[in-house]
Design a protein around this ligand. Sequence first.
Ligand code: NCD
Length: 312
Amino acid sequence: MKHLLSSKELTQEETLKLLARAKEFLPVVRHEPGGAGVHKRVGLAEGKLLATLFYEPSTRTRFSFETAMFRLGGGVISNAQMETASSAKKGETLFDTGRVVSEMADIIAVRHYREGACAELALGSRVPVINAGDGAGDHPTQGLLDIFTISEELGRLTDFTIAMVGDLKNSRVLHSECALLKHFSGVKFLFVSPEGLKMPDQITEDLKASGFSVTEMEKLEGAIAEADVISHTRIQQERFASEEEYLKYKGVYVITPDIMKTAKESAILMHPLPRVDEIDRAVDLDPRAKYFEQVSYGVTMRMAILAELLGV
Ligand code: NCD
């Protein structure tokens, strides 16, 4: 692996290696039940520097990368406002930004509002570049941490039913999950969305052509009862042309304790966060809710990704 720009380009072997590596790091990051930390530091990336370049808002992803690098023993340089507080404002190209930052850092994580922008920056870079989310395209590290969560919390990555719910058109997270789940057999996909926010045809057709069962539906209820994994998403307001268009979909699927009563006892509920109104806070008390655990798994998975790309 030279860069990590797309979840589609990850082979099954690379995916399994990252899952195995992330598991090795679990004792470094995982919180004990009740919140007591067992945070440690390992010295693998001693003397190495991660640059985080974010052209789009983030809470978890940027902190997660930075926490992961710190736990590996490395250092971080960071700009969370690349759009307004970097030379991008003066017209510097992504290519040049990549070239310049790679003179200083050993690895770069980039988030951008435009699909393909991270790959453009990687062209100029002489060090590995990680896509931390590009437009509605791809979010490979979130996809990886999500399948790691399924592996740990459901206990398997084969033979299960996943209900993907919400803004399937614009959720880069779900696009990445689909690409990665193709490496595993017996996964049944239930795509739950309003007609206007359906999963892009290319993804649906690709899964079907690879032999997966895919069912598209608008109603949440049936899907919840059947699912082993519920992967919920926010309606991606920033990808809509107008506020009016967004308001047509806001609040369309809200998970409540009542809805969770219809889910399997063994099911898990995931969400990459941030949530707006699509999961009632009362659901947080349900042991099947795993969206805060996903945050810890994210740090662990990003340690694995950084270590692999740094070759340490
Ligand atoms: C997601 C993203 O940025 O795509 N957030 C994240 O990285 N955890 C999901 C979202 O913003 O809805």
